[in-house]
Design a protein around this ligand. Structure first.
Ligand SMILES: [Cu+2]
Length: 348
């Protein structure tokens, strides 16, 4: 609330100053007085200088107020995210230096070179050397930044280390479903035609594929700490986005086109609770793509834990196949592919 009033008061002060200067300007035009015009000019020059000082204080104050509330001071919770933080810092430093130099010069010049008696403007229309410098230096700098970013992009969307685990995440309006490949390490095939809400097969898994029989489905994602994880990302309806701010990762979930991304969690959820001093800390999956009226509610949770805890959790999960075909599997432990398919075919 305090911040709101500070912003509101700043805006009101700005509007008042703007209106006063505008009124003074109109008055001088109406009166046609040379002295009033000169006074207005002087006032404008001083206001511009004041704006520079206030602006610089504002930049410092906002940073002081809001920086601790960002996720930056926590550091990246994934090994790969450290590179993102470094790239971000380099970009902020480079653009920050340029910002301060250009803004200070802009407002200082407006004040320093205001209209004065017997002062004549210096005519300086062109300088090829200067133009060459301010075109090539930013072009080279941006190219270097883009190349570093692209190399990183190819890394995290490429093949993960051999020991990586695979987790599938599917977005829908409005929530996330997570699937693990089970003991065989292979995901069962999917076919959108098999989507069946009443039976619970909303991920459209083809249960004719034996690889699907040990696949585990969950609404919460559990990950072991220190082990690379490759996310295979799907969407069932519109474009969503798997946003993992603590890990500095995000990737679009596109219907029909699976996307991937891998990273290595550095801290367990319990460690993050200590690091942040927040006993309620959870790793969050936020949908980073406006995907409809319930977009705000697409919050998923990732639990990062020790390898043992992760394996224990996984072993306690019942495969989706068993959950969906409870009655069939209870009758016969050797359910055939046909008997599995029947209830779906009937429901279709
Ligand atoms: Cu979404």
């Amino acid at each position: 609330m305090k911040e709101f009033f500070i912003v509101a008061i700043s805006i009101i002060i700005f509007i008042v100053i703007f209106q006063v200067s505008k009124a003074t300007e109109y008055l001088s035009i109406l009166k046609g007085e040379e002295t009033t015009r000169k006074q207005t000019n002087k006032l404008n020059a001083s206001l511009l200088f004041g704006f520079l000082i206030l602006g610089l204080i504002g930049v410092w104050y906002c940073n002081h107020l809001y920086y601790p509330k960002t996720l930056f001071p926590q550091g990246s919770a994934s090994v790969e995210g450290e590179t993102i933080d470094k790239m971000m810092m380099v970009t902020i430093i480079i653009t920050g230096i340029v910002f301060f130099i250009t803004q200070i010069i802009l407002f200082w010049f407006s004040y320093r070179y205001q209209e004065k008696e017997r002062r004549k403007a210096f005519y300086y229309p062109h300088n090829s050397t200067l133009e060459l410098i301010w075109t090539t230096v930013p072009a080279i700098t941006l190219t270097i930044l883009v190349v570093i970013g692209l190399r990183f992009w190819f890394k995290i969307t490429g093949d993960p280390p051999k020991e990586a685990i695979m987790v599938e995440i599917t977005g829908h309006q409005f929530g996330w479903d997570v699937r693990y490949p089970g003991k065989d390490g292979v995901f069962g095939k999917k076919n959108f035609k098999l989507y069946n809400n009443p039976s619970g097969n909303t991920l459209a898994v083809d249960f004719d594929d034996p690889a699907s029989h040990d696949d585990i489905r969950s609404t919460e994602m559990h990950l072991p700490v220190g082990v690379p994880v490759k996310l295979i990302i799907h969407s069932q309806d519109v474009i969503h986005n798997v946003g993992l701010p603590h890990f500095r990762m995000k990737m679009d979930a596109v219907p029909g086109i699976p996307t991937t991304l891998w990273f290595t969690p550095k801290y367990t959820t319990a460690e993050m609770k200590e690091r942040t001093g927040n006993p309620n800390f959870v790793y969050e999956i936020s949908c980073d793509q406006m995907c409809g009226k319930g977009h705000f509610s697409m919050r998923g949770v990732i639990v990062v834990e020790s390898d043992i805890k992760y394996k224990t959790w996984l072993s306690l999960q019942s495969p989706e196949y068993k959950t969906i075909f409870k009655s069939e599997t209870a009758d016969s432990t050797t359910a055939t592919a046909d008997s599995i398919k029947t209830p779906l075919a009937k429901a279709n």
